[in-house]
Design a protein around this ligand. Sequence first.
Ligand code: SDX
Length: 434
Amino acid sequence: MPDEHTMKVHLSYGDKTIELPVLNGTDGPSVLDIRSLYAQTGLLTFDPGFTSTASCESSITFIDGDEGRLLYRGYPIQELVQQSDFIEVAYLLLYGELPTLSERARFSEDVTYHTLVHEQISAFYNGFRRDAHPMAVMVGVVGALSAFYHDSLDIHDANLREIASFRLIAKMPTLAAMAYKYSIGQPFVYPKNELSYAANLLRMMFAVPSENYIVNPVLERAMDLILVLHADHEQNASTSTVRLAGSSAANPFACVASGIAALWGPAHGGANEAVLAMLSEIATKERIPEFIKRAKDKNDPFRLMGFGHRIYKNFDPRATIMRQTCHEVLNELGIKNDPLLDLAMELEKIALEDDYFIERKLYPNVDFYSGIILRAMQIPVSMFTVIFAVARTVGWVAQWREMITDPLQKIGRPRQLYCGKKERRFIPVEKRGR
Ligand code: SDX
């Protein structure tokens, strides 16, 4: 519970003056508690896009947009990337503390135990065209998981919530790899329980039954880092979607499917795919000024993909880490110079020297470099956002669990400013002269 700050805000409206409490968290902006505003004044607040609205209390992730800081349960993302790994970060996000060795081992077993999917799930893939976008497939098959787990649909039972959490986190890599295999007409590859989370995902994507497949440790490490960086990010659009769906007591598989749908948008998680398309369209450094110009033109819908952020008004720390990792992975893969990376770095340099971007504090975000690494790892562009969804499932599940157990939480039901017609009488069709 936030501590109620002694500060109050006094609001005068007509002949009334009311006071509203200010609530303090442990870091970041305090909040004005407006829950009694409508009852006291008949006024609603108006905040399209919720740019100034805290939708909940949360203890999971904290972003300081001005300083470019990102904490998972208080730990800076830089320290987690350097000293931890995805399965440990998943534990941290779910339970709030770093695991002991035995806790880690048990959690890893619990997740690994659920990596297989029901054989009938495979049939769902056959309903899709081979060239269906993998995110469309993921929305479908993850939503379909709810049809297979009646026994874990009682969201008010903590044990069943735990099993549903393991199932979602464990099965996402399997379903993601199946979406990829289906798109290229190769047989599905079963998970191997002795592999790490990241290695299993890579092997299920790239192994074929007819050959032995050894996961490249460089790629395993890079994938693990990408998963850690994308695991959670406060109340972003897809997480807010999961919370809103969950607030109606919908089952967690359907909630995560709604999160996948929201993440797909190019303004959100779909940006990593859009960055690659943009860089390919720009193609040469000589064409960068033309695209910078377009990005600044209000009459042109073109946006610089991978740039800007609702919260970060400084470098997205994940982008900084990702840029560093780009060089490491490309070097370790023996890719001497990647024209797309060179182009991206030149684009970043030019944009960050341009007043339009400086004034609006538009910096590269997590999606600006991630695609370059994924591409170097032979991940097809259409799978970029699927990889993002695999990672973010941990965050969605952690936030869903926090929402379900939050005593303050109610069904999400925003209001509106109605600007439609006042009440009027029905007109029979014969009298409807236009
Ligand atoms: C993710 O919320 C999260 O945490 C998301 C995420 C996560 O981990 O969950 O971090 C993942 O979604 C990262 C963002 C990926 N999306 C993109 O890279 C798409 C390109 N970015 C933009 O669409 C935009 O920056 C957003 C959507 C990310 C943020 O939009 P905002 O906060 O609503 O910004 P805005 O539209 O209010 O922009 C403010 C100004 C506007 O200009 P003015 O009206 O003030 O003149 O900046 C301009 C915008 O036109 N602007 C851009 C721009 N982003 C904002 N202009 C050109 N190119 C851009 N990329």
